[in-house]
Design a protein around this ligand. Structure first.
Ligand code: NAP
Length: 276
């Protein structure tokens, strides 16, 4: 299976490159049709993975001030990949986000069929629009993850990001352990599945709970205070999605991810070992 990865230098792009070491690693601008076409013509891949996108630095607040660039990367680019892959009948994968929902849907969690209901940030609006468009066309696998974390000190891991904040939100959320995500993505890609898949670990945790465990397992000198949803607008520019996604679809396919608590515990232990 010949794999081509757009956005191969990013956090998820690098992880896909680890998963498929022989993949073609592209840094082509996905909003340029000639460049995308050129990559497909040169390499003739069986599978294209779109790991390119604007996620903002230091965070999604960046997207509020850079809307045109955000649209180019998060909407125009995937539409160009869609068109070029359609012409060559290439199966492709879009990395979507669970940050297009707010709430827990009465405790059930949002399924792949639920319409996005969070409009509080431009980043989320851009991701929701393309997610919903691609959901209606064949030949595309849409993988939704949330606040990915791993057992390394990669600055893009949720645990590393939270370490930089002194006030941490105490709201229950779905989150994604990156190694579990990659393993699940590999299975779905191998089977050439299409449509939307929520890939989060079952159960919920709040970022504050994660960092209390961080203090216990990794660094007992770490200190933070609890932030409530009411206080959130004091510290961020754009709204933040807090939500719970249903994992029933992948579970019904026989794919069982470890619980959020197990996954966080494992990553924190790995982090503690890496630091010694
Ligand atoms: N990490 C998360 O929390 C998360 C959660 C859910 C979904 N996702 C989605 O997963 C995808 C990858 O995210 P990530 O965390 O790996 O982000 P990342 O580390 O910022 O990587 C994205 C990569 O895409 C590149 N890029 C930006 N605009 C591009 C364009 N027009 N053409 C080609 N490459 C472009 C970026 O380059 P520059 O750095 O030069 O811009 C960067 O190398 C995004 O679509 C994101 O929305 C991420």
């Amino acid at each position: 299976m010949k794999v081509l990865i757009f956005g191969s230098k990013g956090y998820l792009g690098q992880n896909f490159l680890n998963l498929y070491p022989d993949a073609i690693a592209s840094s082509a601008d996905i909003s340029d049709p000639a460049l995308v076409r050129g990559e497909l013509e040169t390499h003739n891949p069986d599978v294209v993975i779109n790991a390119a996108g604007k996620t903002g630095r230091p965070n999604i607040d960046w997207c509020e001030e850079n809307k045109e660039e955000t649209i180019r990367a998060n909407v125009t680019g995937p539409l160009i990949i869609l068109d070029e892959c359609r012409k060559k009948k290439i199966y492709w994968v879009q990395l979507s986000s669970g940050c297009i929902y707010e709430g827990d849907k009465g405790g059930e969690g949002f399924t792949e069929k639920d319409k996005p209901n969070f409009t509080g940030s431009f980043y989320s609006r851009s991701k929701a629009m393309i997610d919903q468009l691609l959901a209606e066309v064949p030949n595309v696998l849409i993988l939704r993850l949330r606040m990915p974390f791993d057992g390394t000190d990669n600055p893009r891991s949720l645990i590393s990001k939270l370490k930089n904040y002194s006030r941490i939100l105490d709201v229950q959320n779905s989150i994604t352990c990156l190694s579990d995500f990659m393993e699940t993505a590999a299975k779905l890609i191998e089977a050439k599945e299409t449509g939307i898949y929520n890939i989060v670990n079952p159960g919920t945790m709040s970022p504050y709970e994660i960092m209390l465990q961080y203090k216990e397992i990794v660094d007992n000198s770490y200190e933070c205070t609890r932030l409530t949803l009411d206080d959130l607008p004091d510290v961020v520019k754009a709204g933040r999605s807090n939500c719970v996604l249903s994992t029933n679809k992948i579970k019904n396919m026989g794919i069982q991810l470890p619980s959020v608590q197990e996954a966080i515990n494992g990553s924190l232990k790995e982090l503690a070992e890496n630091q010694n």
